[in-house]
Design a protein around this ligand. Structure first.
Ligand code: TZP
Ligand code: MG
Length: 215
């Protein structure tokens, strides 16, 4: 799949740990989110996940089928080998993961690459990397979905990083129904969310609200 920055607009991130370690409930929510127009999905099996490596491949292959069916990119967090095993469209790399240039060499040009940056120096460094397709900036606000999250950067810093970056930016961390409009106003290419969608009482309405920002 060719990278298209519009696919960052409503970017759902998650793994079974985000749905009580219940694989079926996770798949059901992800498919409902896809039916309702999320524009990308990142498979992020982390934290309290109880899935073994083979189970991650099995689930990843099911996500591959769903993403193909709904024509949205499948991105794998951190684990570029898993990304290769399930034929993902992209891989998302953090500052503490395998070095992003090494990942780029390993996956070649067919897979697109997202990279987490939350300081001006990190963004400037990413600007020098032409193999990076987008960057993720955050947490914008405090989050409970990532145990080792850095301190929140806030809206004005997000805006500064977005201006500095030559790559499209996905904002992530603590995005809610109340603050999504302000996050969008910083000019970012997209909103990355876990709990806003997975914990929503009305997932259909939540996605609709997110999509309306980019109309
Ligand atoms: N990276 C930075 S913050 C975060 C990740 C994966 C967690 C986002 O989760 P939530 O529930 O949308 O705050
Ligand atoms: Mg990571």
């Amino acid at each position: 799949m060719v990278f298209d920055s519009q696919s960052l607009q409503v970017y759902l991130v998650g793994g079974t740990q985000d749905v009580h370690n219940d694989v079926d409930a996770f798949l059901e929510k992800v498919e409902l989110a896809m039916q309702n127009g999320i524009t990308a999905f990142q498979y992020r099996e982390k934290g309290n996940s109880t899935l073994r490596p083979n189970e991650r491949i099995d689930l990843g292959l099911q996500l591959r089928t769903l993403c193909t069916h709904y024509a949205i990119p499948l991105i794998v967090d951190d684990d570029y080998r898993l990304a290769q095993q399930i034929n993902a469209d992209g891989v998302h790399i953090g500052q503490n993961d395998t070095k992003v240039d090494q990942v780029s060499v390993a996956v070649g040009h067919q897979m697109f690459i997202g990279y987490s940056c939350n300081t001006p120096a990190q963004v400037e460094h990413a600007n020098l990397m032409d193999f990076v397709d987008y960057i993720g900036c955050g947490p914008v606000f405090p989050t409970t979905s990532k145990a080792d999250a850095d301190p929140a950067i806030g809206l004005s810093e997000l805006s500064r990083l977005n201006t500095l970056s030559i790559h499209p930016v996905v904002a992530i961390g603590g995005i809610t129904e109340e603050n999504m409009q302000a996050v969008h106003k910083t000019g970012v290419a997209g909103l990355g969310v876990i709990s806003l969608i997975f914990n929503s009482d009305d997932l259909v309405a939540t996605i609709k609200q997110m999509k309306s920002l980019y109309k």
